[in-house]
Design a protein around this ligand. Structure first.
Ligand code: GLA
Length: 433
C-alpha cells in the first residue's frame, strides 16, 4: 500500500492565529482518498477547508488505516512545529501602537515583521546542521529603529534608491522631492515608508503565513504627486521562502519603486563581515554611477571588471581593487541589470555561506537589484543582543527599478497612472548545501 503525504494549512480566524495542518493519505490506484487531520485546536473544527473524502472505505479499514496514518503523521512531523502567527507590542510611534508579528512555519523558520517601517526584524533559518540562526541585521528596540541610519530591514518607498537633485518631470510638470542624501533624494525622502506605521492584517493560507501591510501615502508626501495606496504582503511559505508582494494604486500620475532594505549575513547577524560569502548575480550589465551614486545612463558590461558575479565569487575577492566605480560606492553599492524578460519572475542572485552551508536565492519581477555591501556600517550601531555591526557585516540585495529612472528615459519606466496597478514580487528562498 502506498501513501501520499500532503501537509495542508487551514484558516483560523481566532486571535492567536494558530493554524494547523492535516495529512492527505491516498492509496494509489482507483478509488480511495483518506484524510487524517491533527485535532489539537477545537476552534479549527469549523474552519477546515479543502477536506475531501472520496471512495468507499469500510469503517474498520478506515479506522485501521487512520491509525497507521496517525503514526506515520506523528513520525513525519516529529521535530516540526505548528505553523503560526503571533503578535507582540513594540512601543509607539507617531502616537500609534507598533507591533511585531512573528510568522513561524512547520520547519521552525521564523520571520518577525514590525508595523513600523514594515521592517523585517529577524529571520531565523537553519544551517546545514539544523541549527537556527538569525540572518538579518536589526535592533532590539523601536527607538533604535527610529534613530539609526541605514534602513535596516525596512520597506522603502515611494522611490527606492536615488533621484538626482530630488527633481523629476512628469507630463510636463516639474516635481521637487525632499533632498536627504547630499543634493539627491534617497529612499523616499526624510520620512519614507521605512519611518511610518503600517496597518497589519495577518492570515494563514494554504501557501503559507501572510502578513498584509497597508499604507496610504498622501498627495504631496515628501513631494510626490497623488494619493498612493500601498499594500505589501509578506508570505512565509513551507518551502522556506520569504515572499514579498508589493502593490500600489494612485489617483494622479506619479512614480513608484518599492523595495526592502534587509541586510543579510548568512553566517548569522553580528558574526563577521560578509566578504567570504559566495555571490552569483544573474547580471551581464550594471549601471555605473557618478561620484554621487547617480547612474550615468550607461548599461556597462561586467566582463573583465570586479562587477562580474556571473560565476560564484567571494564578495570580498575584488572589493578593494583600484576601480573608480568601487571607489564611488566605497565598495559595491550598484544597480545590476538582471538578465531576464520584462516583468517575469526570474532569478537575480544566489548567495552561499560555506561555514553555515546556508544558501539564499533571490527571485524577482524587477529589472534591477542594488547590491550594497554595507559599506557605511561602521561598528557604531548597537545591534540585536548588543552585537555591533562592523563595516561590511551585512549585504543588501534590493530588488528594484534602476536608480534615477524618472530622469533616464531609456531606463524602464517607473510611472504609475490612475487606473493602473503597480506590482512587484520578490522571493528570498533559503536552503542548505
Ligand atoms: C542604499 C544606498 C546606499 C546607502 C544605503 C543605506 O542601499 O544605495 O548608498 O545609502 O542604502 O545606508
Amino acid at each position: 500500500m502506498d501513501f501520499f503525504f500532503r501537509p495542508r494549512i487551514c484558516y483560523c480566524s481566532d486571535d492567536s492565529f494558530v493554524s494547523n495542518f492535516f495529512i492527505t493519505a491516498r492509496r494509489f490506484g482507483p478509488g480511495t482518498v483518506f484524510l487524517v487531520r491533527e485535532t489539537g485546536s477545537p476552534q479549527l473544527k469549523d474552519q477546515m477547508h479543502d477536506m475531501r473524502r472520496t471512495g468507499a472505505l469500510s469503517r474498520g479499514r478506515a479506522k485501521a488505516r487512520g491509525f497507521i496514518m496517525m503514526l506515520m503523521m506523528v513520525s513525519s512531523v516529529l521535530g516540526q512545529s505548528k505553523p503560526r502567527i503571533t503578535k507582540q507590542p513594540f512601543g509607539t510611534a507617531d502616537g500609534k501602537s507598533v507591533e511585531i508579528y512573528t510568522l513561524k512555519n512547520i520547519h521552525g523558520v521564523e520571520a518577525r515583521i514590525m508595523t513600523y517601517g514594515g521592517t523585517l526584524v529577524s529571520l531565523n533559518v537553519p544551517d546545514k546542521n539544523g541549527n537556527f540562526g538569525d540572518v538579518v541585521l536589526g535592533f532590539d528596540s523601536l527607538a533604535d529603529y527610529q534613530t539609526a541610519k541605514g534602513y535596516l530591514g525596512a520597506l522603502i518607498g515611494r522611490y527606492g534608491n536615488r533621484i538626482a537633485k530630488g527633481t523629476f518631470r512628469l507630463d510636463g510638470k516639474e516635481y521637487k522631492l525632499a533632498v536627504n542624501n547630499g543634493v539627491n533624494h534617497l529612499h523616499g525622502g526624510v520620512k519614507g515608508f521605512d519611518k511610518v506605521v503600517w496597518t497589519a492584517s495577518p492570515s494563514v493560507h494554504k501557501d503559507g503565513l501572510h502578513l498584509l501591510l497597508t499604507y496610504l501615502s498622501r498627495d504631496g508626501e515628501e513631494g510626490y504627486p497623488g494619493n498612493l495606496n500601498v499594500t505589501v504582503e509578506y508570505v512565509l511559505t513551507e518551502k522556506n521562502e520569504l515572499k514579498i508582494l508589493y502593490a500600489a494604486t494612485t489617483d494622479k500620475p506619479t512614480i513608484v519603486n518599492l523595495t526592502n532594505h534587509s541586510y543579510f549575513n548568512l553566517a548569522g547577524a553580528g558574526s563577521n563581515t560578509i566578504l567570504d560569502h559566495q555571490l552569483t548575480l544573474n547580471a551581464d550589465h550594471f549601471t555605473p554611477t557618478d561620484d554621487g551614486s547617480i547612474p550615468t545612463g550607461e548599461l556597462r558590461s561586467v566582463k573583465g571588471t570586479p562587477f562580474d558575479f556571473t560565476k560564484s565569487t567571494a564578495i570580498g575577492a575584488r572589493i578593494d581593487q583600484d576601480d573608480e566605480q568601487l571607489k564611488f560606492g566605497s565598495g559595491y553599492d550598484h544597480n545590476f541589470v538582471i538578465n531576464k524578460n520584462g516583468q517575469a519572475l526570474g532569478l537575480a542572485a544566489t548567495v552561499y555561506e560555506v561555514t553555515s552551508g546556508r544558501v539564499m536565492e533571490v527571485f524577482t519581477t524587477q529589472p534591477g537589484v542594488q547590491f550594497y555591501t554595507g559599506n557605511f556600517l561602521d561598528g557604531s550601531l548597537k545591534g540585536k543582543g548588543g552585537q555591533n555591526y562592523p563595516r561590511r557585516s551585512g549585504f543588501c540585495l534590493e530588488t528594484q527599478h534602476f536608480p534615477d529612472s524618472p530622469n533616464k528615459p531609456a531606463f524602464p519606466s517607473v510611472v504609475l497612472r490612475p487606473g493602473e496597478t503597480y506590482t512587484q514580487t520578490t522571493i528570498y528562498k533559503f536552503s542548505v548545501r
